[in-house]
Design a protein around this ligand. Structure first.
Ligand SMILES: Cc1cc2nc3c(=O)[nH]c(=O)nc-3n(C[C@H](O)[C@H](O)[C@H](O)COP(=O)(O)O)c2cc1C
Length: 160
């Protein structure tokens, strides 16, 4: 390998993405979420999407294990605090987070740009990440607004 992990990350950072929070609920009722930018569409029919989760993340074993249903919430620019909250390690404090439960009891964040309620379709080995493929069960084209973007290792808006 002719490049360092740092150079690799810097190169990856040149790919501008949106930001999403994937939320779920454990069998004991605990709510959990993780900020991701690895969201991608996979298939239109059937409707499939994916994200990858770090094997070292506290939520990894939930998404790869008992939590077979999850919601992918695409964030608006004004929701950066949610991105910060769900990218801090460990159990997150949901006090002050507004959400609604979907028909399977999975919390979906209010006022997101769009939400995809998913049932896990497949898990693939992705090196130090697991690739979680979800079959989309419900969609909600939420509030209109500008997306929260991530580029070059920091948050951006559409204007810069
Ligand atoms: C903009 C942004 C995008 C991120 N994308 C991912 C991702 O796609 N997959 C991932 O595993 N972690 C990603 N992270 C890091 C996780 O959000 C972070 O490691 C979080 O602390 C994991 O929480 P947990 O350990 O409680 O599960 C991202 C963080 C930020 C700020």
């Amino acid at each position: 390998m002719s490049f360092s992990p740092r150079d690799f990350r810097d190169c990856l950072g040149q790919f501008a993405t949106g930001v999403a929070v994937v939320t779920t609920r454990a069998l004991d009722g605990t709510k959990a979420g993780i900020t991701i930018n690895s969201f991608a569409s996979v298939s239109l029919e059937p409707a499939l999407v994916l994200f990858s989760v770090d094997c070292r993340a506290a939520t990894h074993d939930m998404f790869a294990g008992e939590c077979t249903r999850f919601c992918i919430n695409i964030l608006r620019q004004e929701q950066q605090t949610l991105s910060d909250l769900f990218s801090s390690p460990g159990q997150n404090d949901w006090d002050g987070v507004t959400y609604r439960d979907d028909c399977h009891g999975v919390p979906c964040l209010s006022d997101s740009l769009a939400t995809f309620s998913c049932k896990r379709h497949a898990i693939h080995d992705g090196g130090d990440h697991s690739i979680i493929v979800g079959q989309v069960q419900e969609i909600d084209l939420g509030k209109t607004g500008n997306p929260l973007l991530y580029y070059g290792g920091r948050y951006r808006g559409l204007d810069c």
